[in-house]
Design a protein around this ligand. Sequence first.
Ligand code: ADP
Length: 395
Amino acid sequence: MKILIINAGSSSLKYQFMESDGGEVFARGLCERIGIDGRLTHKVPGREDVKQDIPMPTHGEAIQAVLDIMVDPEKGVIRSTDEIAAVGHRVLHGGMAFTESCIIDEKCIEAIRKCIPLGPLHNPANLMGIEACQKIMPTTPQVAVFDTAFHMTMPPRAYIYAIPYEYYEKDDVRRYGFHGTSHRYVSARAIDMLGNPEHSRVICCHLGNGSSLSAVVDGKCVDTTMGLGPLAGFPMGTRSGDVDATILEYLMGRYGYDIKEMLNILNKKSGVLGISGVSSDFRDLDEAAANGNERAQLALDKFAYEVRKFIGAYASAMGGVDAIVFTAGVGENSTDMREHICQGLEYMGVKMDAEKNRVRGREVDVSAPDSRVRIFIIPTNEELMIAMDTAALCR
Ligand code: ADP
């Protein structure tokens, strides 16, 4: 089935048009500066990229611009929008209401709206994308695929926070986790690469701008590093990961920050950027560290150290581990970071083949022949997962 995938942000909208069987991508692109002026970048494999300034006061005009260019006789890839069998939307927060993807109807929209307090930045934008598509393509089926859904199999001991229980009961405060579509895709691939054993324990390391780990037993998530929101876990590009809440009170008192300013620091100015003062991009950090920048080196060391600690914790949580997966920008591309993380894990049977590890962006087993734990690099494909879910629900 030919599926249009929409990932709507507050001022941007990413799209991909692809075949759900086999994953061929016909076109992809990005609308930027929605609500400001509007710019469309449209990419078709084998052709030159198209960039156009198109007024986009709302997400409606952005979706219309995407459909217009898709059916354009020169730049397009289809003759009519009827060729779009269904639309799959990436939605950030499904709260406790969604354990899997679902067809979008009034009830589903209402439930996504109810999750706005949990995903205040993303859910309203996701809804704008959904409503714009409904308006322009009223007869095309639409599906919502949630970043949180895969993690809903976590047991209570993993998702409960040790604060008064009433906040869980009354206010839905619990660990939700994110990047679920990526964790679901790579863990399923890893189990396949393990030969589909009856019992499997996989640790997925999604290391990108935003990063999270998941522990997956027999294909089901049992723990993950992100929490109620995507700030939790280990340090990321610009996010702090877990911090002692005392730090908030201390810095707010010293500098007079309000909670918004404090959270902005933890979300946008922390992580490896905050430690290094150089960049949130691991390529820049590698270069700076190679040139003797000690704080860049410290940021890289901190990142690897915290990921390694979570790997140890998840191996304990699962009573062992059969495979560790590296995925997303850093996980797929950084030979050094993968090696750095696995250093010191030999005690638990993790032995990397340094030569095999010299690869980028390919699905490959980089463990040494005598490693008890397999180490896989698996390029993530969230879009394919969304397309497959959408097709499955619309057939
Ligand atoms: P997002 O979370 O935005 O989806 P990605 O998964 O695309 O992020 O990861 C982006 C990050 O991947 C970049 O910030 C960069 O740090 C990292 N990255 C990409 N290529 C390399 C590379 N060759 N070596 C090290 N890091 C890389």
